[in-house]
Design a protein around this ligand. Structure first.
Ligand SMILES: [Zn+2]
Length: 203
């Protein structure tokens, strides 16, 4: 697989321009034929226009160069419910800005080290799961305990104050940890506040 092809594969259909999609579909067709499957398998991939339309109407950050392939169709599409979207890079953007300049960079991004309330907020917005992999994330407090995303969200004001004051009251979050990269212990890992099991014990 050449570099360009690898690049195409890593994208969602709605992130590819129509020409790249056609190439991608053709390569799938070749693979089907070589593998002795019928060329009909490739039909399961659907139509590019449908992928792009669905993503656009769902408010996903469809790249401008992809939308440019559908200038005739676009007036018939439902506009996204919100003009705000979070780009793949985690920046907050406005769909009405044709140049897609981020309004706020780092709006929803996972931070491994948390030094400010802003970094905590961005990590919370980016969600409880790491992609790729879908592993669960949790926070580590300065006294080495775990806090789940739910508790961090519910106690945000208190935690933000603890971060600012560099407090030693157990609420100060200092880092984000990926529980999927952790080897299970004999003891389950639980949230220090709500006792939810975040990582079950080893068998
Ligand atoms: Zn919790």
């Amino acid at each position: 697989m050449d570099k360009r092809e690898a690049n195409i594969m890593a994208k969602q259909p709605w992130q590819m321009v129509r020409n790249d999609w056609t190439d991608y579909k053709a390569s799938c067709l070749c693979a089907d034929i070589l593998a002795g499957r019928g060329p009909w398998e490739v039909d399961k991939l659907g139509y590019h226009v449908d992928h792009v339309r669905q993503a656009y109407e769902a408010g996903l950050p469809v790249p401008a160069e992809v939308l440019a392939d559908y200038t005739n169709e676009r007036p018939h599409w439902r506009p996204p419910a919100s003009k705000w979207f979070v780009s793949v890079a985690g920046d907050l953007c406005n769909t009405e800005d044709i140049n897609c300049r981020p309004v706020r960079r780092g709006y929803a991004v996972h931070h491994a080290q948390i030094n400010t309330a802003r970094e905590l907020a961005a990590t919370l917005r980016a969600g409880e799961f790491a992609w790729p992999g879908g592993y669960r994330l949790a926070f580590i407090t300065e006294d080495g305990e775990l806090l789940c995303f739910k508790c961090a969200r519910e106690n945000f004001a208190q935690i933000a104050r603890a971060i600012k004051d560099r407090a030693g009251d157990g609420w100060r979050i200092v880092a984000t940890t990926n529980l999927g990269e952790q080897d299970p212990d004999e003891q389950a890992e639980t949230c220090a506040n709500c006792y939810a099991v975040l990582l079950p014990a080893a068998e």
